[in-house]
Design a protein around this ligand. Structure first.
Ligand code: NI
Length: 174
């Protein structure tokens, strides 16, 4: 079932393990993609995963672009990744700020691999691969975790790495 809002932390559907997409271009699949895009854009997000709208399917969208939530994000075309598999290209863990449409009001520093390769199927089911580094790699790893029922707070090193969004906005103000 597709929700009209992004599910919030505490909703058990966020802790489900997503299963692979097997039928592409079904009405359910297309409806899910369209809801994901709408809710990501209305929330000024740079990514979203199907479990966040209550659909336990392996679909994520990565859409790095500068927004008021991520003013320094690089511009890249919105990419739909189905059934993604992650390969680590650079195992260096880099801490950076993350937020989540399912966890409003706070930000935290999260360690992520610096560079990755992702093998996935596009919205037509065709096999693709993409290499990502830095912020887009971070966004993907964040969304990929949602497919495993994880949120970014599960990845932080210390509760001291969590801040209120209002304090985060002061930190990034130049
Ligand atoms: Ni998230």
């Amino acid at each position: 079932m597709t929700e009209n809002t992004v599910l919030q932390l505490g909703n058990p559907l966020l802790r489900q393990i997503a299963t692979p997409v097997t039928v592409f271009n079904s009405p359910e699949f297309l409806d899910c993609l369209s809801s994901m895009q709408t809710l990501m854009e209305s929330g000024n997000g740079v990514g979203i995963a199907a479990p966040q709208i209550g659909v336990a399917m392996q679909i994520v969208i990565v859409a790095s672009r500068p927004t008021n939530r991520y003013p320094d994000a690089p511009e890249m075309p919105a990419t739909i990744l189905c059934n993604p598999q992650l390969e680590i290209l650079n195992p260096t863990l880099v801490k950076g700020w993350e937020g989540c449409l399912s966890v409003p009001g706070i930000r935290a520093l999260v360690p992520r691999y610096q560079a990755i390769r992702v093998r996935f199927q596009d919205r037509e089911g065709k096999s693709q691969q993409i290499d990502l580094k830095d912020f887009p790699a971070r966004v993907f790893q964040h969304e990929f975790d949602h497919l495993q029922g994880l949120v970014y707070l599960d990845r932080i090193e210390s509760s001291r790495d969590i801040v209120a969004e209002s304090e985060y906005l002061k930190l990034i103000a130049h």
